[in-house]
Design a protein around this ligand. Structure first.
Ligand code: ADP
Ligand code: MG
Length: 315
């Protein structure tokens, strides 16, 4: 059977999703460590508002990319909302202002603060940011430890929403432009050509990103869940949501499985988990699954992450 490492080996990006507390960060860290050890230049990024990469790797990781000293070839980043917005502004601010100011005279900071405060901008930019990292080939593999499910699902809507916040400005501009065209203000039209190029650039970019996230050869959608009713329901929802966007989950990790039960308490638990495991297998017969046992200890530090990586290696 195809293991989770086989699924990811040739990809550029793996998105790790699932509800909070199921072991996303743990699995993301184990995958990243594994591929860094295989010799891939690997970046693990967390966009969870409560990131825990610093805890699991036992080293200070901030909003800038830093190497993990203990694991050559592994880099990490805990990206914050502020940094995302700041980068968004640096990348798109000038263009947006150029477009907006071509038809209305407003202060630049006002315009950008206004557009930047729209919900969804962060996720949009995050997707763009990661897409650029993949496209530039700065890393062989990017493991994206996403925020808990709701957030991630919103993200998957983005291909169609990408740069939507700029579209309002665009539409307005095009209307004005159309008006002038009708008025045959040819001189004026020529002056605006740069603006149309910007808008066209945005459109191309959103198409590229859309094509990228649909490229199964380049992107893996890894889900992490627990063998309990809550986890199963959540998984069904995420899989359906992915499908709603024409995307397919690539692999499922079922975490916290009680592998050995030698007392009535654990036997009862294992029985319950076995039922949900079977349900998941029946429900998603085409979705490759890896079961990760519940360990006696928390996963913290390189040795423990290594232990999880080797457990994930058994299909
Ligand atoms: N298989 C496991 N066995 C024991 N503890 C685990 C296992 N997987 C994760 N943990 C622990 O559970 C907690 C939550 O895991 P984490 O990866 O941070 O979840 P998430 O990122 O989904 O919120 C952490 O303390 C982690 O060390
Ligand atoms: Mg986490």
């Amino acid at each position: 059977m195809r293991g989770v490492f086989d699924e990811i080996r040739d990809k550029g990006l793996v998105m790790v999703g699932g509800k909070g507390g199921v072991g996303k960060t743990t699995c993301a860290a184990a995958l990243a460590l594994h591929f860094a050890r295989e010799g891939k230049r690997t970046l693990i990024i967390s966009s969870d508002p409560t990131p825990s990469l610093s805890d699991i790797f036992e080293t200070e990781i901030g909003p800038r990319i830093v190497p993990i000293e203990a694991i050559p070839g592994l880099y990490a980043q805990e990206i914050s909302s502020e940094v995302i917005l700041e980068r968004w502004r640096r990348r798109f601010g000038g263009e947006i202002y150029q477009v907006v100011s071509s038809f209305v005279d407003l202060d630049e900071d006002f315009v950008l603060d206004y557009i930047g405060s729209a919900p969804g901008i962060e996720e949009e930019y995050m997707l763009y940011y990661i897409y650029e990292l993949v496209r530039d080939g700065s890393y062989d593999l990017i493991v994206w430890d996403t925020a808990p499910a709701g957030h991630t699902l919103r993200l998957l809507r983005l291909p169609t929403l990408f740069l939507k916040h700029l579209e309002g400005a665009t539409r307005f501009y095009l209307q004005v432009w159309g008006y002038f065209e009708k008025a045959k203000e040819a001189v004026r039209l020529r002056a605006k050509r740069g603006i149309l190029e910007i808008v066209e650039g945005w459109r191309r970019l959103s198409e590229e990103i859309e094509a990228f996230i649909r490229d199964r050869g380049r992107v893996s959608y890894l889900l992490v869940t627990i063998p309990e009713a809550l986890g199963v329901r959540q998984t069904e929802r995420i899989v359906a949501d992915l499908e709603g966007h024409g995307l397919k989950a690539s692999h499922l990790i079922v975490n916290y499985y009680v592998a050995q039960a030698d007392c009535p308490f654990h036997r009862a638990r294992k029985e319950m988990q076995d039922r949900y495991l079977q349900y998941l297998r029946d429900r998603f017969p085409d979705l490759p699954m890896t079961v990760l046992p519940l360990l006696a200890h928390e996963v913290k530090g390189v040795e423990r992450i290594e232990e999880v990586a080797s457990l994930l290696d058994t299909p």
